[in-house]
Design a protein around this ligand. Structure first.
Ligand code: FMN
Length: 359
């Protein structure tokens, strides 16, 4: 579908309550009545990281496909990798509805979902179905894991998830940054984080045999400078494989309409673009470019993606941009990236990583 076609469909889709519209989209994707876009194939976009081959650096970020139901159709939209989840051990309903709100003027969303999902057993069955038919040329599949709302010993849930799903993951994301699960963000402190990561690494070693998936930690964009420093140090100490920066924000930029800004939950989309790029740049500096970063937050065009790569991201992801720009977004961004690289005289995105940061 072209962006123009989506421009016509969007007003209609936006008359539907956001979560209902999302569920309809998932149904259409599962039924195969959703458009596919010609993926952009270009040597300049290919990148290898953690021994995984990515056909392009644009990923679908967590939250869109919580139950691993639409991984194959997501690849058909031209994404280079897909992160499914957040999945929790037990199924849970999440917070009361309505819990997703759009602001089309600022291309922003606030969500207070609270990890509604069908639980790890259903997730596993869905993922197995995808993997049994997986096309070799397709990109990586990450699994984003989180704890149930009722769990007061986080390590138990993360380890149960790794035991069941770790062997199937190209990479694992430890989500400790969603703002809608009470206590989750408290794990973004040195001691609790090091303790959790030690348990997680032990479980990976036990459960994942000869092919342990890389472990990435997803952080909030709301961390103060001192917290960023503390966490970067802890992540280096724990020899973590990657960092995802970042999740939705609790901040509310002043220009948002008051009735939208007053909603409870995490804000995503365009108002987050600069903040997330700044935190990527800072973590790239703090980790001296040693720990690969996946940059996410308010990406809606090639320039946004390129800015995050130049700030230190090796890969990028998006979710909210897909809602406002439509299903052609990954292909459009990839085409724009090829042009941006060419204009800078670069042969491959790897050459652009971190170029705007002084180490
Ligand atoms: C409706 C919605 C649900 C989300 N659910 C999750 C989730 O389950 N796990 C997670 O790690 N991030 C989740 N996110 C956060 C996104 O993955 C992403 O980090 C954030 O929205 C910033 O990127 P964006 O501006 O491109 O959307 C969700 C975002 C939205 C809008």
């Amino acid at each position: 579908m072209s962006l123009n076609a989506y421009g016509l469909l969007r007003p209609l889709l936006f008359t539907i309550e956001p979560e209902t519209a999302h569920n309809l989209t998932l149904k259409a994707m599962k039924a195969g009545v959703f458009p596919s876009c010609t993926p952009v194939k270009n040597e300049a976009l290919k990148i290898e990281l953690w021994g995984l081959k990515f056909p392009n650096p644009i990923g679908l970020s967590a939250g869109f496909d919580k139950n691993a139901e639409v991984i194959a159709p997501a690849f058909k939209l031209g994404f280079g990798f897909v992160e499914a989840g957040t999945v929790t051990p037990k199924p849970q309903e999440g917070n009361p509805k309505p819990r997703v709100f759009r602001d089309p003027t600022h291309e922003a969303v606030i969500n207070a979902m609270g990890f509604p999902n069908d639980g790890m057993t259903v997730f596993k069955a869905n993922l197995e179905q995808f993997l049994s038919r997986r096309h070799k040329a397709q990109g990586a599949v990450g699994i984003n894991i989180g704890m149930n709302k009722t769990q007061d010993q986080p390590a138990k849930d993360y380890c149960a998830l790794i035991k069941m799903l770790g062997p199937m993951a190209d990479y694992l994301t430890i989500n400790i940054s969603s703002p809608n699960t009470p206590g989750l963000r408290d794990l973004q402190k040195r001691e609790p984080l090091l303790e959790l990561l030690s348990a997680i690494k032990d479980e990976r070693q036990k459960s994942c045999g000869d092919h342990p998936p890389p472990i990435l930690v997803k952080l909030a964009p709301d961390l103060e400078d001192a917290q960023q420093e503390e966490l970067a140090g802890a992540l280096l100490e724990a020899e973590i494989d990657g960092i995802i920066l970042g999740n939705t924000t609790l901040a509310r930029p002043e220009n948002l309409p008051a009735n939208f800004a007053a909603r409870t939950g995490g804000l995503s989309g365009k108002p987050l673009t600069q903040r997330s790029t700044a935190i990527i740049s800072n973590f790239y500096k703090l980790t001296k470019g040693q720990t690969p970063i996946i940059g996410v937050g308010g990406i809606s065009n090639g320039r946004d993606a390129y800015d995050k790569i130049k700030a230190g991201a090796s890969l990028v992801q998006l979710y909210t941009g897909l809602i406002f720009q439509g299903p052609a977004i990954a292909s459009t961004i990839n085409r724009e990236l090829v042009e941006l690289l060419r204009a800078d005289g670069l042969n491959n995105i790897a050459q652009a990583i971190g170029v705007s940061v002084k180490l």
